[in-house]
Design a protein around this ligand. Structure first.
Ligand code: HEM
Length: 295
């Protein structure tokens, strides 16, 4: 009789036996091994690792560029191993090569034409914009396709951001200091189907809040305006001041333009050394960076 044993993954000098139906990522985390991760669903690519030895199921490399696939990078959150594996962390030289070969990215889609009348109509009896967004995010956070994207994001935070973003779009007032959709979603792989699925939830909320068909069409027009900056098959680097940002972790950069701190919203003058949280694409002024670690 042949003896079978659970696949063993070895990473940074530690070996862990992977349980039935467990992913490599979960096995490493269970053993207390530090691996950066976010969505755990193969979308954000934060947990990317390199396979030095062992078999890689196809689905574990889905969505990665050909260069990264050829170098045996894969997503441990999608990998239920068939046999033993030797793993290594991401190698900065591989990512540098990736950055150099990446197609030049377009600049962001500008804001659409305003529709102040729609904002006024929705504020006539109570703050309907907020009610629409609250009901919408309740559905998003309970939705199995969309919830993984929001794993580390507070519902109130994203609702507030979206509210001010809508205000900026509809009224044209310069009240929004967050990212526009291209940079806000740069690391998310979002298909047209997923975008349509999100829109179906939004339509439910718009109807439940009693909007007329004309008002619904005008709201949807705003969101559709940004589709080209949200739907993509590969992650994009964040683009700031003409520079692409791609790496993991936290680093320091100097930008030739003034920026807004994503943490305290104060203006950061051009030429300041800022701290950049690369995966989330957030920028911090020196004051915020000197406090608690950026998350
Ligand atoms: C399937 C489609 C979408 C998904 C999965 C998605 C997901 C997300 C997530 C996870 C965040 C939080 C990012 C963070 O704080 O780290 C976010 C932020 C945001 N999203 Fe979306 N989103 C989608 C579509 C849209 C659309 C259609 C719009 C508007 C046209 C939009 C506008 C925004 C804005 C304005 C923010 C805040 C950006 C910031 O904080 O800098 N999103 N989205």
């Amino acid at each position: 009789m042949t003896e079978t044993h659970a696949p063993v993954v070895t990473y940074m000098g530690r070996s862990v036996a992977v349980r039935t139906n467990e992913t490599v990522l979960n096995a490493l985390l269970r053993a207390g091994i530090e691996v950066p991760f976010s969505c755990k669903a193969g979308s954000c690519q934060t947990c990317l690792l390199k396979c030095l030895e062992g078999e890689l199921p196809e689905r574990t490399q889905r969505g990665l560029s050909e260069t990264l696939r050829a170098k045996s990078y894969f997503m441990p959150c999608r990998c239920k191993p068939a046999g033993d594996m030797q793993l290594a962390p991401v190698n900065a030289d591989d990512l540098l090569a990736e950055k150099a070969s990446a197609a030049p990215t377009e600049s962001e889609i500008p804001y659409p034409e305003t529709d102040p009348a729609l904002w006024m109509e929705l504020q006539q009896d109570g703050d309907k914009v907020r009610k629409i967004l609250e009901a919408f995010y309740d559905m998003v956070y309970a939705d199995e396709q969309l919830a993984p994207f929001f794993e580390n994001v507070q519902k109130e935070h994203v609702t507030d951001k979206q509210y001010v973003f809508m205000k900026r779009c509809l009224l044209g007032e310069k009240v929004y200091f967050g990212n526009r959709p291209r940079n806000a979603h740069h690391w998310m792989i979002i298909s047209d189907e997923l975008m349509d699925h999100r829109q179906a939830l939004m339509l439910k909320s718009l109807r439940a809040n009693g909007l007329t068909q004309d008002q619904i069409d005008r709201w949807v027009r705003f969101e559709e305006h940004f589709r080209g900056d949200i739907v993509k098959q590969e992650t994009w680097p964040k683009r700031m001041g003409g520079q692409d940002i791609v790496f993991e972790g936290v680093g320091q950069e100097v930008f030739p333009i003034a920026l807004i701190c994503d943490y305290c919203h104060a203006e950061i003058p051009a030429g300041t050394t800022v701290v950049v949280h690369h995966r989330r694409g957030l920028v911090s002024c020196p004051a915020c960076a000197s406090g608690a670690p950026l998350t």
